[in-house]
Write a protein that binds this ligand. Structure first.
Ligand SMILES: *Cc1c(COP(=O)(O)O)cnc(C)c1O
Length: 340
């Protein structure tokens, strides 16, 4: 029985559900893992995660398709990316096949929290891993917890998608050869002050430039950029210090294989941005959020698509990818994982 939740008025917040998946790493190996009902974690005050921030995470969604199946979108890519993040932080990667199984297990156990088709709400899935034992000398932990909780969330944009105004940041999101390409809370911690500064100045997000030369477009604190050229090409930044977004990779495939668009992944000098016809941010939560305006130290860039709605090419991309996710359009092989 579906939970008695007012799906239409859900926000993007945390609501604990009945089950979470937990596996523990000790003595050099992962235990069997399984579902647990306790939503809190008790750890030593000296746990590595508190002292040296040894933590990484993932984010994906489960939802009902038009046909009435509960599915999630490309969880194998989240499994792989989390293993990459773990390796960069000297954490033991959680086996990728077990990651996908654990996602299925925890969603199935909490299926009453999956919002109904058409509500716009989804079940957000948050896998994460932390170093749990006490560490005071600087070194990686020897014990870890891998956990997946789920929480129902409302549509990212209430009342439709409006283009946002963003500002070019004077801060860097990540160090030049640092951790910019992994999904880790430490990068988010570094982005909180720049984000609040941007909000205080009236902007919704920051555009970070490459930390080495501050001339090339990177990403925002939590989403990749996609641009549409005036002749309808999809262009995205190439950089080793941005997070490889699964939404972005999927949009590139959709653009090329479903919409017959040309796609380019290459360095994008900031000076080229004012030539683009459309600009958007992409990520799991919103799929695409349109950007209408970029402020850069006294200079304003307004995209021809305007401040009222998403531009036509991004809209087509958005409709096609969400159509594939929701089962209205035939997906490429392996994109949709049926849970039940
Ligand atoms: C999660 C994330 C994204 C978006 O990735 P998706 O896989 O599309 O959700 C982009 N940038 C950063 C820094 C992220 O953490």
């Amino acid at each position: 029985m579906s939970k008695d939740i007012d799906w239409g008025s859900l926000g993007f917040g945390y609501i604990p559900t009945e089950y979470r998946y937990v596996a523990r790493f000790k003595d050099g190996k992962w235990d069997e893992g399984g579902l647990e009902t306790t939503s809190t974690i008790t750890l030593s005050e000296c746990a590595c995660v508190f002292q040296y921030c040894q933590a990484c995470f993932e984010g994906l969604k489960a939802y009902y398709t038009e046909e009435g199946n509960i599915v999630c979108f490309r969880p194998d890519l989240n499994a792989k990316r989390m293993a990459d993040s773990a390796r960069r932080l000297e954490m033991p990667p959680f086996p990728e096949d077990r990651f996908v199984e654990a996602v299925k297990m925890v969603v199935a156990a909490n299926k009453d929290y999956v919002p109904p088709y058409g509500s716009g709400a989804t079940l957000y899935i948050r896998p994460f891993m932390i170093g749990t034992n006490s560490v005071i000398g600087v070194k990686p932990a020897s014990e870890y917890e891998f956990r997946i909780f789920v929480t129902p969330v409302g549509p990212y944009f209430k009342g439709g998608v409006k283009p946002i105004s963003i500002t070019v940041s004077d801060f860097d999101r990540a160090a030049p050869h640092g951790t910019g390409n992994i999904k880790a809370g430490l990068n988010y911690a570094m982005s909180l002050h720049p984000l609040m500064e941007a909000h205080r100045a009236g902007f919704a997000e920051n555009m970070y430039l490459d930390p080495e030369t501050r001339t090339k477009v990177e990403e925002t604190g939590g989403a990749n950029f996609i641009f549409i050229t005036k002749d309808g090409k999809l262009v995205t930044p190439k950089s080793d210090s941005i997070l490889p977004s699964i939404t972005r990779r999927s949009l590139l495939d959709v653009a090329r294989d479903y919409l017959g668009m040309e796609v380019e992944t290459r360095e994008i000098p900031f000076t080229e941005v004012s030539d683009f016809a459309e600009c958007g941010l992409c990520g799991t939560a919103a799929v695409i959020s349109p950007v209408g305006h970029i402020y850069n130290h006294g200079e304003d860039i307004y995209f021809p698509s305007g401040m009222d709605e998403m531009g036509p090419c991004l809209k087509k991309l958005y409709d096609t990818l969400t159509g594939i996710q929701m089962g209205r359009i035939a997906p490429p092989e392996g994109w949709i994982y049926k849970i039940q």
